[in-house]
Design a binder for this molecule. Structure first.
Ligand code: ADP
Ligand code: MG
Length: 681
């Protein structure tokens, strides 16, 4: 056995670039070049914001009234009006500040980490700690953290739409520059940081466009509209009262006083900031439960969610994969081991064949099981780490399998549903059985498909593993379509992923709240159904749909989906988008989870896009409204509950505030204002 890199070393197999900086050098550069973040575009100073609260349209109206009152010889009234303006303005300012503070606190909760090569090994650092000449490793779905000059690029394409507006992803080759803020949508890359923070293209553009203020959110617009309408009404009613008073012969002075009173009572200045603040508080409460909203309105929308489409892996299950069965033509082998460790009890036939299969699957994987503080943990994709653990369990005692010398890798993509790698003159493929078995010879296919169904119906995720030898020289370049054919099936791996304990209770409370839940997963129908049964998600009668056989007719599919406990399996990202759309057409407010690069459109289409904080991609997080810091389904339900509570509070407040305003008009009426009497908390 050659020494090879440490387990979990190079994420791109044999392809690798510079050893990277030392941590000491990185620290020195960090003080020299500063943190890798965009320079602050000048924010509006506090006194200007306070001034704005005192000088908007209705405040000015009241100022005028105050002056008029003073000129009319009513100094007490003039002072009273000024006090009203000041109290309202300061109140609004304070609410606004608190809301903003809360919102900016939330943003810090989501750590943006990036893989770098430092001290000759791969570690994760916070993106703000990147320095020029750092070596950065990217995989599909990552956000490019700074301007990079690519040293390695395998099947690499980049979405630069945020810089150029160009929506087609651009292919990048070694030597090309990729810009901070863009996304890697395909393949893998390794690059050296050319510029950070203020020295990036993104910073240049940001400086060019000046302070771009985020457009006001729909909720803010709606509230502004309410405030404007009620304020205009207040003004109208004030004027009306004034005229009427004059007509019935009340003195000019008393009529004016009356009209001012009406206006002051009716203008709802405090409304907007109070609602914003209550949303911000709602958002903070959600964050305490590991649910991070990316815009405040999501708090309100969450509260009105009526349909949740959740994926399976990691959300309903723990994403702690364990390869427990290996089937080869020699028979079914059972492998019972704990976690990602190398020890296991192995029973059954075909240990030799299984060992070959496991090393083949290992070559087609990037994730590894690594020893971290005496504990074997998953680095990268947990399923691939489980494959690494399997290979170690099947290897000779005390020996870890050698790190395969991969010369080329065709990364996993959710349409192909497989991943392959070339080692020497052999191609190794692992992926969904439906995707891999059709590429293999006839002989073992029938048996294998039977085994897939059997393993999947026990809730195991099943992967098929295959190989072929390639014509030609080692290291020659190959096209994907040419090499992934004429494979020899080596066998199947069955992976166990235990459901999360909290899911059952969370599902029950979702049902009590009248929310329908569907599982929308890329996995096999049998695996999906088994997990849906285990967690109590599946409805009765059971309905399990498969992506490839969904009804063409939108109305038919929509009617099928619009019930509780549907399982939709083997979906593509496009089908996810369709599901979200159809449910919305049925009048649902849809929350949909997603983690992959291609889930962006579905997340954006859904009323609430939900991404994973631990396992998802940057692309998904960027498109989401809600990020689950713990990836847990139960957290979605907790967030919905909090959203409902916040929404109810706002409703109560609005009713209270508006009815109260009207009540102020009728000083002679007895008793409290109408409405439900409960106060905004
Ligand atoms: P889920 O909805 O459970 O998260 P995914 O969309 O992640 O499902 O995966 C769909 C299918 O693609 C899996 O059932 C598996 O067969 C295959 N697959 C997922 N990840 C990989 C990978 N890294 N390499 C090969 N195949 C994979
Ligand atoms: Mg997944």
């Amino acid at each position: 056995m050659t020494p090879g890199p440490p387990a979990g070393g190079s994420a791109s197999g044999a392809v690798s670039a510079a050893p990277g900086l030392s941590s000491a050098e990185a620290a020195r550069r960090l003080t020299q070049f500063g943190a890798n973040k965009l320079p602050e575009t000048g924010t509006v100073p506090g006194w200007r914001r306070l001034l704005a609260e005192l000088t908007h349209f209705f405040a000015i109206l009241l100022w005028c009234a105050s002056v008029l009152a003073y000129l009319a010889g009513m100094p007490q009234l003039a002072i009273a009006i000024v006090v009203v303006i000041l109290v309202n303005g300061v109140f609004a300012y304070i609410q606004q500040e608190r809301a903003q503070h809360a919102a900016s606190k939330l943003r810090e909760l989501l750590p943006a980490m990036v893989s770098v090569r430092r001290d000759n090994r791969v570690t994760k650092v916070h993106t703000t700690e990147l320095v020029p000449d750092d070596t950065v490793l990217l995989v599909a779905g990552d956000r490019v953290p700074a301007d990079l000059r690519l040293a390695v690029a395998a099947g690499c394409s980049v979405d630069e739409s945020m810089l150029t507006g160009e929506s087609e992803a651009l292919t990048k080759i070694p030597g090309d520059t990729v810009f901070g803020g863009t996304f890697l949508v395909n393949g893998q890359a390794e690059g050296v940081v050319a510029g950070t923070g203020g020295n990036t293209r993104l910073a240049e553009i940001a400086a060019l466009t000046g302070k771009v203020e985020a457009p006001p959110s729909p909720l803010a617009l709606e509230l502004q509209r309410i405030v404007r309408i009620t304020a205009a009404m207040a003004l109208g009613i004030g004027v009306l009262f004034f005229v009427l008073s004059l007509l019935v012969g009340i003195s000019w002075r008393d009529a004016f006083l009356f009209a001012i009173g009406v206006m002051v009572a009716l203008v709802p200045e405090g409304l907007l900031p109070t609602v914003t603040l209550s949303l911000a508080v709602g958002a903070q409460r959600m964050a305490q439960r590991n649910a991070l909203v990316r815009n405040l309105e999501a708090v309100e929308t969450l509260g009105s969610t009526t349909f949740i489409c959740t994926d399976k892996t990691g959300t309903l299950t723990q994403n702690r994969m364990n390869a427990v069965e290996v089937w080869t033509p020699a028979g079914l082998l059972s492998v019972i081991g704990a976690g990602y460790g190398p020890e296991a009890e192995i029973t059954g036939p075909g240990a030799g064949e299984a060992r070959h299969l496991s090393t083949a699957a290992l070559a087609a994987s990037v994730g590894r099981a690594v020893l971290h503080e005496e504990q074997w943990i998953a680095e990268g994709d947990p399923m691939e780490a489980a494959i690494d653990a399997l290979a170690a369990r099947l290897a000779d005692p005390g020996q870890r399998p050698e790190e395969p010398e991969v010369s080329h890798r065709f990364a996993f993509d959710p349409r192909r549903l497989r991943e392959s790698a070339i080692v020497g003159t052999t191609l190794f493929v692992k992926g969904a059985p439906e995707s891999v078995i059709p590429l293999c010879g006839e002989d073992s296919a029938g048996r294998a498909l039977e085994m897939v169904d059997q393993m999947a119906s026990h809730g195991l995720r099943v992967l098929a593993v295959a190989e072929r030898s390639l014509p030609g020289l080692p290291g020659a370049s190959f096209r994907l379509e040419e090499v992934e054919s004429g494979l020899t099936l080596l066998g199947l791996i069955g992976l166990h992923d235990p459901p999360r304990a909290e899911v059952r209770v969370a599902l029950e409370s979702a049902r009590e709240a009248g929310i329908k839940v569907a599982m929308v997963t890329g996995d096999h129908a049998f695996t999906a159904a088994a997990i849906a049964r285990e967690t109590g998600l599946i409805g009765s009668p059971e309905l399990v749909l498969e992506g490839h056989s969904l009804p063409e007719d939108d109305a038919v599919l929509a009617a099928l989906l619009d019930r509780d406990g549907v399982v939709v399996s083997r979906v593509t990202p496009e089908q996810k988008l369709r599901v979200a759309r159809l449910l919305q057409h049925r009048g649902h407010v849809v929350a949909m989870t997603g983690d992959g690069v291609n889930d962006g459109p579905a997340l954006q289409q859904a009323d609430i896009g939900v991404a994973m904080g631990l396992s998802g991609t940057d692309v998904a997080r960027e498109a989401a409204d809600l990020v689950l810091l713990d990836d847990d389904f139960a957290t979605i339900i907790a967030a919905v509950e909090q959203g409902r509570a916040t929404y109810a509070n706002i409703r109560r407040f609005l009713t209270y505030h508006l009815t109260d305003n009207v009540a102020e008009l009728t000083p002679s009426s007895s008793g409290p204002s109408p409405g439900d009497g409960s106060r905004w908390r």
